[in-house]
Structure formats: C-alpha cells, structure tokens
Design a protein around this ligand. Structure first.
Ligand code: C2E
Ligand code: MG
Ligand code: MG
Ligand code: MG
Length: 290
C-alpha cells in the first residue's frame, strides 16, 4: 500500500520534473526500492571534544552506491526524497540502522553520541517522535545519546509545527542541533524559543578560516553567541591542523572534518576508533592522523 501512495505522489510532482533529466527521473523511481537494499549505506564521521581531544560521537551520513551511476551524493538524492515523501520511510530506515550501530558501539564499551540528519518533512509526520521511540526500543538503545540535526531552513519552514515536534523529541530525551548554522535566515529570537542544545557552524565559514579573517570573525561571533545562549558549538569542515588549533584556542566545543577523519562505513569506524589515541600535547593532532 505504501508503494501506491508513493506513485500518486510521483504523479503530483511530475510537472516539476525536467523531462530531459533522465538521471533524475530514474533516481526518483529507484529511490523507494533502494531502501533496504545494500546500495544504501550509512557512513559515520567522528566528532572530537576539543578540550580533551577525545572522541565524543559521530555524524551519520547516508551514501547511495548506484549500479549504473556509481556514487550519488546525498545533496542530490535527499532533496528528491524530500519532494516525493520517500524521506519518511528513508529516515526511519536510517534511524534503525544508526541505532543498530549505536548498540554495537555500546556493546564494545564505546559510549558515543550519534547525530542523525532530519528533514523538514519529518517534522510534518505526526507520528515521528513515537516511531523513533519505537525503533530505539526495538534496537535496545536509549535516546539520551541521540542528537537530531536540522537546518535553520527546515525549522523555519513551519516554525509553530517545528516548535511542537522539537518539544516532543526533546521531552523524549533526544538532543537537537541546528545544522549549517549561519547559512539560513532564522531569527535568533525564534531559535531561542526552541529546545535546541547545539549549533553546528557551517563548513563554509570553517574550511578557510585559518587564512580568512572575515571567516574567523564570523566563527568567533557565533561561538560567543552560542555560549551566551548555553549551547554547545560544533565546527564542521576542519581540513587542516591550523584550523583545529585555532578553534581549540577560541573555545569551540566539538570538531568534525576531514583533518580528523572522513566519513567511514561502520567496520572502518571501529578500526579507526581502536587506533585513535588522544595523546597529550605537544602535538595532539599528530596522533589523530593515522
Ligand atoms: P551536513 O549534514 O551538513 O553534513 C556534513 C557534510 O560535510 C557531509 O557531506 C560531510 O561528508 C561533509 N564534510 C565533513 N567534513 C568535511 C571537510 O572537512 N571538508 C568538506 N569539504 N566536507 C566535509 P555529505 O555526506 O555529502 O552530506 C551532504 C548533506 O546531505 C548533509 O550535510 C546533509 O544535509 C545531507 N545528508 C547526508 N546524510 C543524510 C541523512 O542521512 N539524512 C538526511 N535527511 N540528510 C542527509
Ligand atoms: Mg548534518
Ligand atoms: Mg552541516
Ligand atoms: Mg548541509
């Protein structure tokens, strides 16, 4: 029955689709069937606490390895999934897989946070919180270590609805993070009303901050504001040691980026974790790049 519902939605959206974009049309049709197949995989990118240099958690990032097109970036297919409604079963699938990973982490003695990206569309699903709780129960994990990341745009899409759903998620123990912070148009006074625990400074401000003074000013201002609102601040897109050390010096809480580690499949993540040492200074970073 789910499949026929999806087809109706395809019909509704078909006027919008560029008839010449064969790849997009074929991806649209295949996405629903890709769920639960090995072609979709979850990758995990570590986050470290800059104060202690310990691993604090990981962000869950989806990958689609297509038999014909090869690697398809999530920036290409997630918007398609959002438009067709496939994002709902897809997000539940992602939660199930992510919670399984979390369960194996804790059974190996790792007590890490897991950040999951969610879409505006998920906030329109009246059963979202209950479904997530149910999946967590099935996978035998608690929600205290789960963080859900939303962009400012997703939150501002329907602010009242977002406020209600985020309140429910928060009451269930899930922590909330504003992703790509600084790229949207949200009002700070509104963000303050949300039960948000964390902001993630967008990588466009972080990637070149070691050599770009304007970016440094933006990062610094965001950090001050975040801390004044009692929020944890994460920087994403750290690509070199100079940036990492600068962020540490500025008092940023958490760090994520290629310089620390790239997103990896679960088995590689475990290997990376067991090799990771947060050795004391003088050169804490040298030990990270193994
Ligand atoms: P995002 O949530 O902002 O994820 C961070 C993106 O930055 C990821 O791209 C990650 O691979 C990339 N990244 C991490 N460190 C670095 C770095 O040092 N340098 C550079 N240049 N990039 C870095 P990715 O995996 O391609 O994901 C892109 C976007 O797709 C995500 O942005 C998110 O909005 C969306 N996405 C990914 N996975 C999911 C998912 O499971 N569900 C949903 N709803 N969206 C997802
Ligand atoms: Mg994210
Ligand atoms: Mg981001
Ligand atoms: Mg993004």
């Amino acid at each position: 029955e789910a499949a026929s519902g999806i087809n109706e939605k395809y019909a509704v959206y078909s006027q919008e689709i560029d008839p010449y974009n064969q790849r997009r049309i074929s991806l649209l049709g295949e996405l629903r069937n890709a769920i639960d197949k090995d072609v979709l995989q979850l990758y995990f990118q570590p986050q470290i606490c800059l104060d202690t240099m310990e691993v604090s958690g990981a962000e869950v990032l989806i990958r689609w390895i297509h038999p014909e097109y090869g690697f398809i970036p999530p920036d290409e297919f997630i918007p398609l999934a959002e438009r067709t409604g496939v994002i709902q079963p897809l997000t539940y699938w992602i939660c199930r897989k992510a919670f399984q990973f979390m369960h194996s982490l804790s059974s190996q003695g790792y007590n890490l946070n897991l950040s999951i990206n969610i879409s505006a569309r998920n906030l329109q699903d009246p059963h979202f919180k209950d479904q997530v709780c149910k999946i967590a129960k099935e996978q035998d994990v608690t929600l205290e270590k789960v963080i859900m990341e939303l962009t400012e745009t997703a939150v501002m899409h329907n602010p009242d609805e977002a406020l209600r759903v985020l309140g429910e998620l928060s009451a269930a123990g899930i922590r909330l993070s504003i992703d790509d912070f600084g790229t949207g148009y949200s009002s700070l006074s509104y963000l303050k009303k949300l039960p948000v625990n964390e902001i993630k400074i967008d990588r466009s401000f972080v990637m070149e901050m070691a050599k770009n003074n304007d970016d440094q000013v933006i990062v610094h201002t965001t950090l001050t504001m975040g801390h004044n609102l009692s929020l944890e601040v994460v920087a994403e897109g750290i690509e070199d040691e100079a940036t990492l050390l600068k962020l540490k010096e500025m008092g940023c809480d958490l760090a994520q980026g290629y310089h620390i580690a790239r997103p990896m499949p679960a088995n590689e993540f475990f290997t990376w974790l067991s090799n990771y040492r947060n050795d004391a200074s003088p050169s804490p970073v040298a030990s990270i790049i193994k």
